[in-house]
Ligand binder design. Sequence first.
Ligand code: FAD
Length: 613
Amino acid sequence: KGFWRLFKLGVSVDRDPGKDFLHVSDALLEEVAKVLEFPVASMLPAEAFTVLRKSFDARKSQKEPKFVYTVEMDVDKLLNMEPRTWDFISRLEPKIGFIEHTPHERVVGDLVNIIHDNKKINHDEVPGENGHCSSSSSYKLPLTKKPKVAVVGSGPAGLFASLVLAEFGVDVTLIERGQPVEKRGRDIGALVVRKMLQAESNFCFGEGGAGTWSDGKLVTRIGRNSGSVLSVMKTLVRFGAPESILIDGKPHLGTDRLVPLLRNFRQHLQDLGVNIRFGTRVDDLIVENGHVVGVNVSDSSGSSQFSSEKLGFDAVVLAVGHSARDVYQMLLSHNMELVPKDFAVGLRVEHPQELINIIQYSKLANEVRNGRGKVPVADYKVVEYVKGDDNNVPFTSHRSCYSFCMCPGGQVVVTSINPSELCINGMSFSRRSSKWANAALAVTVSRKDFNALNFHGPLAGVEFQREFEQRAATMGGGNFVVPVQTVKDFMHNKLSATTIPSSSYRLGVKAANLHELFPVHITEALQHSISTFDQELPGFISDNALLHGVETRTSSPVQIPRNPDTYESTSLGGLYPVGEGAGYAGGIVSAAVDGMYAGFALAKRLDLYEDDV
Ligand code: FAD
């Protein structure tokens, strides 16, 4: 009875239905029959089986590349469906990694449904004059009517926090310094085509946050199968993401899908009554007796609709991402505790996508067909541990060098928010059809590295980032031109000749010796790791592989301490630091999950629901 999960069901490329993720094909039923030891695959009804996960496995250790499935079998459905005796069911036994019994179907809804099922009170029944909060803290939120919460930042963390709070009936104001996606798209176009950077509307700032004009990978290291990740994914599907993201082993959206999804998300928030203020920057917190009671905002759109305003709130969720360095400074001015955090810096490498397809798939590379074929555009993931140098005192620590934010069929983009600092990242569209593959090659850095360059204090990591962003801008000669070097020349510490391979980066590249960028131990870690990566991916060191400088914003250089249960700042009451900028997330999904949990924690504090969800 109940459900059985069947794992590691391999289907060859020629027999697989390709991008039809939900389809239980005859070839898949044959694999199911083998695992169940059922003699006639064609007798198994496809309706009793559901595809839970599908990945493409092209590892060299495999005899041939294949699609690998996880499938769920609904025993009740099977028994009710046919007047046959399914003897094999009584013989089924769990086998670790291959067959697993689950008594109940796993039902994880999207957030809207989850909250509707758990809501303690409806929107009209919010606490009145004597509303109390369930927090153990002695501070009681001054609730006189519907609780009023500001969410600062409309990245994944801010959007999901707003969604949860608004679904619970909170009066939410979502404050975003950047522009809605329609206008932001035009600003990004002007940057890429005419090199006109809008300081407040760019690849980092604006609706959807840093994740909008991104690669839109939805992979996460926080547990792909956890209920929280699944409910975030289902919420994305609710707003327009394809259902395949629930099943794909490496789910990906791409900018073209993210933009309409964000419009739907916005519409839903507005339908719930959320007041969304684009082009509005939070410049300061209003603090009374150690508690945040509001924010000072100013018009960041340049339209001078207002100069500045004071807005009062019962609580403020701070979801500003890690490029809002002015916010870190502002928090320090309130004597808030900020802690420097390890992160990673490096270069972005770009190869022709065809080369990566051939390295990964050999003959099967033809099946990629520019993103339209059966097999996915090839990616890679590499990591190398680099031993520290015991004679070189500040750098005795071991480091990792790893590929990060790999964008198959993508392009390198500029993520600077001011022209004197140059930093880059990667983005793609849903088909991943560009002729380039790019990835950051990042080396871990810590407080020792910051101190060695004389950067101390809570923002030492930010200063460290800025140092290399400024060096890269100078090496490129300004105007967002990126310094580049072929991988081969980087390995030999030699300037690349005037004919450098083409790059997807649209604002111009200039040959430079990237050895002059980082301290020598980081450069050596990169060199050492690249030679190892070439053994794993023969051809990685190629005349056509181009390194771009500089990748500095792999994750936040700062953490804002908070209470792990209530999500409230340990320095200031009423402030809820969330997402990547607060140091609690490192990607779209983890930021969304963090925002979601912060929303629940605050809703609980506001006494809007009782149980843990
Ligand atoms: P953010 O997304 O940074 O959002 C913060 C928001 O706050 C911004 O919109 C900003 O304008 C706003 N804000 C800042 N200061 C203020 C203020 N004072 N007042 C009002 N508003 C303010 N991650 C992945 O998982 N997969 C990917 O494929 C991927 N690709 C990426 C590609 C690029 C080009 C970039 C830049 C990042 C990429 N990332 C990717 C990382 C991912 O985008 C971030 O981890 C994620 O967006 C962090 O979410 P967040 O909500 O914490 O912050």
